[in-house]
Design a protein around this ligand. Structure first.
Ligand SMILES: Nc1ncnc2c1ncn2[C@@H]1O[C@H](COP(=O)(O)OP(=O)(O)OP(=O)(O)O)[C@@H](O)[C@H]1O
Ligand SMILES: [Mg+2]
Length: 273
């Protein structure tokens, strides 16, 4: 990719402290990163290491205790509601629990129509809106006719996750944060979801940030990998560098936690020597 080295999302000294006194929790501790345009990045770490907190700061859903975020080289400014809305055109997320992402009182048609409104396509003719929405649904193997008049809670976990990808397809943000996007579904649908996200990247050049416990998944999908431990990014580099040749004991431990894939990696390391 030509602009592979262009900075998309950058964090400098990013820190989040929750609570005060005895309740104080240093969830994210002075992290630095530079996600390049069109890259697929994975952030891998154990439960409680601060991954979701970092994602929420990037999205502007929680305040930042210290540090700065730069989007496409410019310091992020979300000081007003209008600026926030502008920013959210560029960055969208798929969360661990898809049910938490929707207002349950809004029907699916409305959820998808809202995406067009957000993109400034409110005044398109009804047939055109319908065409765009139908296209987005078929991209994720959902039938729009079967979804109309339904509420999100009437869908299965897997359908819900695909609906979220349909939203991303309509919104076409520059960055997608996917926080354990495949946690609710079986291995087969999981591969399909990942393939859909890869297709989206190919079609739109969007930057995708995967957040996961699963270092095997990170190896499979990403260009770059960041390892997170107790709120710190302790190791980063290309997926091959970090996973085939880890420098930190913690990274090695995460790899050991995936026994089956680890055996395969072990073999490849032996072959390489
Ligand atoms: N709103 C909050 N108030 C207080 N502490 C919080 C809050 N949100 C998260 N934390 C704390 O911050 C730390 C990091 O949590 P976070 O959810 O970012 O971890 P995670 O890496 O996403 O974990 P998991 O893999 O289980 O999703 C944890 O110790 C958690 O208890
Ligand atoms: Mg999390």
């Amino acid at each position: 990719m030509n602009d592979a080295n262009k900075s998309c999302l950058k964090g400098v000294g990013l820190t989040k402290i929750f609570g005060l006194g005895k309740q104080r929790c240093l969830a994210v501790d002075h992290v630095d990163f530079d996600f390049k345009e069109g890259e697929i990045i994975s952030i891998v770490g154990e439960s409680g290491s601060g991954k979701t907190t970092l994602a929420k700061m990037l999205l502007g859903l929680i305040s930042i205790t210290e540090g700065d975020i730069y989007f496409e080289g410019v310091k992020r400014d979300i000081s007003s509601q209008r600026k926030k809305k502008e920013y959210w055109k560029n960055i969208q997320a798929i969360f661990q629990d898809p049910y938490s992402s929707y207002n349950i009182f809004r029907k699916i048609d409305t959820v998808l129509l809202d995406c067009l409104v957000m993109r400034g396509q409110k005044d398109l003719p009804a047939e055109e809106k319908n065409r765009l929405i139908t296209e987005a649904c078929s991209f994720v193997n959902l039938k729009y006719e079967e979804l109309t008049n339904k509420y999100p809670f009437e869908l299965s976990g897997g359908q819900m996750q695909r609906l979220m990808i349909a939203r991303v397809f309509l919104l076409k943000p520059r960055v997608l944060l996917a926080d354990e996007p495949t946690s609710m579904i079986d291995a087969c649908s999981r591969a399909t979801i990942l393939d859909m996200l890869m297709d989206l990247r190919r079609e739109t050049g969007m930057t995708i940030v995967f957040i996961t416990h699963d270092i095997g998944l990170a190896y499979y999908v990403s260009d770059s990998v960041y390892i997170m431990e107790h709120g710190k990014l302790i190791e980063s580099g290309s997926a091959d560098e970090v996973i085939l040749n880890p420098k930190q004991a913690y990274t090695q431990r995460l790899i050991n936690d995936v026994p089956k894939i680890h055996e395969e990696w072990d073999l490849s390391t032996v072959d390489a020597r």
